[in-house]
Design a protein around this ligand. Structure first.
Ligand SMILES: *Cc1c(COP(=O)(O)O)cnc(C)c1O
Length: 442
């Protein structure tokens, strides 16, 4: 028992008191999927250190690119100046993103990218004759970040409950819930019947709505809740009908996590805004982007005195070191084609073989290399565990003891490893995951 009341550091999303009997790991160095502590104990990082290290820690190519940039220019004000790493990054990304996304606004974290999209969409409608459009819609169970605007759009009690009275009044549309589908369908074959929840809300509020914000293909923080691409196709049509901007939050889903470079590709749709971060710099530096179309951009393009500019800035906008890392990520994607060579199928089939039969495994769902294990008290009724039992947290502790960084969301342990994880590493992770689940649940 070590009292943490004298600590200097207040860690994110953490009850510090938990660390009285479970010490923080002093990370010393890292390589590939491995993080080593001061004593040299390895931890297999199966969650890409909060979903961002795209090609593993200490990647030699990204290291080299950042070091090279460091000797040229570390940072420059991004108003009145531009630089080659940023220009190259956007020029190349425009050719990779879904059709029409070609205007790039730089910020330094995902939550801010979401808020920029909201502000741009709001201002766009004002400047195109629709001041009545003041509302935002989003899906229940979504996660879009922690700053107040982004938090307002999130639909997870755990993060927002405390701050309800401070939040913007977003409309939370009941979204897909495929494990417990009320229509008795399956996500692989349904017609997204649950879109009717959105249809009703659009009928009532569509005309007053600015934008619909969604995590395409899966709701990450809700427990990697994967849903049908048909939902996105139908939502795109609804947005078109009501002149509502579609904002795709690809902060978690982008950069190959779902098996395609961007999750919207599964549905063949283009959003009006896309938010990127996490994998964008390979997990090296804090950078994010709000990407939009020429149509939106043009509504802001005018003489200064028309007062149509987007008045928003972030100190570290377009940081050259972060851009250099992001350009190298594109080089790796193009030259090494990691998306064509992932072990996604192997991971899913091995994980199912190891755990599908367990009495508490309700569902193992996967998209790309993301695999999530929904643990339930009763498989037949799909009854969840009492959250106060903290089943996921107990599994986390067991796994850490065995050298696996597995950090369940609630009672959903999941894998979201670097795209270049190898078979032996997958084997090791699954073995420890199974042992840890069995240690807690039998
Ligand atoms: C992580 C995340 C965010 C927030 O990004 P931060 O950089 O942590 O602010 C927003 N949306 C999604 C889907 C995320 O996964």
């Amino acid at each position: 028992m070590e009292n943490r009341k004298n600590d200097y550091i207040w860690h994110p999303c953490t009850q510090m008191k938990d660390h009285e009997d479970f010490p923080l790991v002093m990370a010393d160095r890292a390589e590939g999927v491995w993080i080593y502590d001061k004593e040299g104990k390895p931890y297999l990082d199966i969650i890409s250190s909060w979903w961002c290290t795209l090609f593993g820690h200490n990647n030699p190519r990204i290291n080299r690119a950042v070091k090279k940039q460091l000797d040229k220019i570390e940072h420059v004000i991004f108003a009145g100046f531009t630089h080659e790493p940023a220009e190259e990054l956007c020029r190349r990304l425009a050719g990779l993103l879904p059709r029409g996304l070609e205007k790039f606004f730089f910020v330094d974290n995902g939550s801010t990218a979401v808020e920029c999209a909201m502000k741009m969409s709001f201002q766009y409608h004002r400047q195109t004759g629709h001041p009545e459009k003041q509302r935002f819609m989003t899906l229940a169970g979504g996660y879009h970040g922690e700053t107040l605007g982004a938090l307002s759009m999130g639909g997870m009690d755990y993060y927002s409950r405390m701050f309800q009275s401070l939040l913007l009044p977003a409309i939370h549309v009941p979204g897909p819930d495929c494990y417990r589908c009320p229509y008795g369908k399956h996500r692989d074959s349904c017609q997204a019947e649950c879109i009717e929840g959105a249809e009703k809300v659009f009928e009532e509020y569509g005309e007053e709505t600015t934008a619909f914000l969604i995590e395409p293909m899966f709701q990450g923080a809700a427990g990697m809740r994967i849903y049908s691409p048909v939902y996105l196709q139908k939502l795109r049509k609804l947005c078109d009908r009501y002149n509502v901007n579609l904002i795709a939050d690809e902060i978690a889903a982008g950069y190959g996590r779902t098996g395609k470079l961007f999750a919207c590709e599964h549905a063949g749709i283009s959003p009006d805004f896309m938010c990127l971060s996490k994998g964008l710099t390979g997990g090296y530096l804090p950078m994010a982007m709000t990407v939009t179309t020429a149509k939106i951009y043009d509504a802001f393009y005018a003489d200064f005195n028309e007062k149509k500019a987007f008045v928003h800035s972030t100190t570290y906008s377009g940081n050259p070191l972060a851009c250099a890392a992001a350009v190298e990520v594109l080089n790796i994607l193009e030259e090494e084609e990691p998306l064509q060579h992932t072990e996604a199928e192997y991971l899913t089939s091995e994980l199912k073989a190891a755990l599908e039969g367990h009495k508490n495994v309700g569902e193992i769902r996967s998209i790309g290399l993301i695999n999530a294990i929904e643990l339930v008290e009763d498989k037949g009724t799909k009854k969840a565990f009492d959250p106060e039992k903290r089943v996921g947290y107990e599994i986390y502790k067991e796994a850490m003891g065995r050298g696996l960084l597995l950090r369940p969301m609630g009672d959903v342990p999941y894998f979201n490893p670097p795209l270049n994880i190898k078979k032996q590493e997958i084997d090791r992770a699954i073995e420890i995951c199974r042992e840890s689940i069995e240690a807690v649940l039998g």
